[in-house]
Design a protein around this ligand. Structure first.
Ligand code: ADP
Ligand code: MG
Length: 224
C-alpha cells in the first residue's frame, strides 16, 4: 500500500519558488492501478519523482509497503528504489550503446538482486513478454518508438518491482502504438503490479482502479 499524507514539494528555482505539490494526500492499495491526468506543468512528474524517491518533499509523510521513505538517507533510498520501483521515463532513456537485451541486464546489475547467472535468461523472458523476443539483440537506433518503449517497460520490470511507474509513456507514440502500450500495462496489472501512470491525455475511460486529476499541484481523486 502506498500512502501520501500532506505532501508538499517546493522548488526553489531561478524564477523564484514553485509550489509543485500542495498538501497531497493519497492512498493506493496493493495491486491497484492508478492514472494521474493533468496539463503540462501541473505537477505530474514531480508526483512520480516523490513517489519513487527521486525527489524529496519539503513536508508530509510517505509510506510505501510499510517503509517510511522520509526516514531513509540517500543511499538507502536508492537501494529501496532499485528493488521496489520500475520507472518508465517519458523519453525512454535506453542506453544507445547497448542492445535491448543488454539494457535490461544492465539494469539488473545496478540493483544486484537477480543472480548473475539468471539475468540473461530473465531478460529474454521479459522481452518475450513485451513481444520483442526476436529483437533482443537490436540496438535502440534499430527499433521503432513503440518497440523502444516496450523495451523500456521490460527494463522497468528487470528487478521484478511491485510498483511500476510511467511518465507519459505514450506521449510520443501514434495512437495505435499507444493502444498496444496500454494493453501491455493491463497485463502488468493482471500480474498484480501496482501501476501508476501519468498522462496529459484524457484516458479516464480506460480500465484503471483510480483516476486522479492534478491541477496546479492539487489533486482531485475518485475511485472508478
Ligand atoms: P508536469 O510533469 O505535470 O508537466 P512538473 O511536475 O514537471 O509538471 O512541474 C510542476 C511545476 O514545477 C512546474 O511549474 C515546473 O516548472 C516546476 N518544476 C519542475 N521541476 C523543477 C525544478 N527542478 N526546478 C524548479 N521548478 C521545477
Ligand atoms: Mg512531466
Amino acid at each position: 500500500m502506498i500512502q501520501l499524507k500532506n505532501i508538499n514539494k517546493i522548488y526553489d528555482g531561478l524564477a523564484g519558488k514553485v509550489h509543485a505539490l500542495k498538501d497531497i494526500t493519497l492512498t493506493i492499495e496493493a495491486g491497484e492501478s492508478v492514472v494521474v491526468i493533468g496539463k503540462s506543468g501541473s505537477g505530474k512528474s514531480t508526483l512520480l519523482n516523490v513517489l519513487s524517491g527521486i525527489d524529496r518533499p519539503e513536508s508530509g509523510e510517505l509510506t510505501i509497503n510499510g517503509q517510511n521513505l522520509i526516514a531513509l538517507n540517500e543511499s538507502q533510498l536508492a537501494k529501496w528504489r532499485g528493488k521496489n520501483v520500475g520507472v518508465v521515463f517519458q523519453f525512454y532513456q535506453l542506453l544507445p550503446t547497448l542492445s535491448a537485451l543488454d539494457n535490461i541486464v544492465f539494469a539488473m546489475g545496478l540493483v544486484n538482486c537477480i543472480p548473475p547467472k539468471e539475468r540473461k535468461q530473465r531478460a529474454i523472458g521479459l522481452l518475450q513478454e513485451v513481444e520483442l523476443g526476436e529483437k533482443a539483440h537490436k540496438f535502440p537506433n534499430e527499433l521503432s518508438g513503440g518497440e523502444i518503449q516496450r523495451v523500456a517497460i521490460a527494463r522497468a520490470l528487470a528487478n521484478d518491482p511491485p510498483i511500476v511507474i510511467a511518465d507519459e509513456p505514450t506521449g510520443n507514440l501514434d495512437s495505435k502504438t499507444g493502444e498496444q502500450i496500454y494493453a501491455l500495462f493491463q497485463r502488468l496489472k493482471a500480474q498484480g503490479k501496482n501501476l501508476i501512470i501519468v498522462t496529459h491525455e484524457d484516458i479516464s475511460k480506460r480500465d484503471f482502479d483510480q483516476v486522479i486529476t492534478i491541477q496546479d499541484g492539487t489533486l482531485n481523486n475518485f475511485k472508478a
